[in-house]
Design a protein around this ligand. Structure first.
Ligand SMILES: [Zn+2]
Length: 83
C-alpha cells in the first residue's frame, strides 16, 4: 500500500496532526487524502522523494558524528571511502 505524506495547505488552520507533515497509508492506490481526517482542513500531498533524500542525509550526518565511516561500493569487492 502506498504511503504518502500530507500536510495542511494552510498549517495555521490545521490541527496537531496536519500542522506538520504526517504520513498516511492510502488504502486504495490513486485515492489520496484531500482533507485532514481529524479536523477537515484541506491537505496537500508532499513529494515523498524529498523526504527519502532528507532522511538519508540526516542519517549520514549522524553516522559521521558518531565516528562511523561510510564505504560506497564502486565495483565487485571494491569500496570507496566516502568519509
Ligand atoms: Zn487536521
Amino acid at each position: 500500500m502506498p504511503l504518502h505524506e500530507y500536510m495542511a495547505v494552510d498549517p495555521a488552520k490545521g490541527c496537531r496532526l496536519c500542522r506538520r507533515p504526517f504520513e498516511h497509508l492510502d488504502r486504495r492506490p490513486g485515492r489520496f487524502l484531500k482533507s485532514c481526517p481529524r479536523c477537515g482542513t484541506p491537505l496537500r500531498r508532499l513529494p515523498s522523494a524529498a523526504r527519502v533524500t532528507q532522511g538519508r542525509t540526516t542519517l549520514d550526518r549522524r553516522a559521521r558524528q558518531a565516528g562511523f565511516h561510510k564505504l560506497r561500493r564502486v565495483g565487485k569487492g571494491t569500496y570507496q571511502k566516502e568519509y
